[in-house]
Design a protein around this ligand. Structure first.
Ligand code: ZN
Length: 141
């Protein structure tokens, strides 16, 4: 049991592995061993968004409610199941779900499953996207 606990908390930070001309590569290790929350912006020098990875153990909840001034958030559920409470309304989510939350919505989330609840959170300024996919891509070949 002690070993399992130590293994689960093996890596809870984003480490910069490599940096080159126009790229930054980080690692958090196997998601099955990840616990807690890490933010990528400062480690990878992101300039247009914040990206974080969160993992809540069974029975665990984010211990606060928050909203944002100008950034929308998109949560992509990687594994497990949970509930987002959005302005007091519970919304169930599970692996494979993607939920967008407007800046002013008061939010918190909790794990309602028996395994880890793991998700990516992307945060960017609402209405700031000017081009995407085919209008922004410059295809060389
Ligand atoms: Zn947030």
């Amino acid at each position: 049991m002690q070993h399992q606990i130590q293994k689960r908390y093996y890596m809870t930070e984003l480490k910069l592995k490599e940096q080159g001309n126009g790229y930054s590569l980080g690692e958090i290790g196997a998601l099955s061993c990840f616990a807690g929350k890490v933010f990528a912006k400062d480690v990878l020098n992101l300039t247009s968004m914040e990206l974080s990875v969160g993992s809540l153990a069974a029975g665990e909840a984010v211990p606060f409610v928050h909203s944002h001034k100008q950034n929308e958030e998109v949560y992509f559920i990687i594994s497990g199941q949970g509930v987002f409470t959005l302005d007091g309304k519970d919304v169930e989510v599970k692996e494979g779900d993607i939920i967008r939350i407007a800046p002013m919505v008061k939010r918190t989330n909790r794990n309602t499953g028996s395994g880890a609840f793991v998700y990516l959170c992307m945060q960017a300024k609402e209405n700031s996207l000017e081009q995407c996919v085919m209008s922004d891509a410059v295809v060389e070949q």
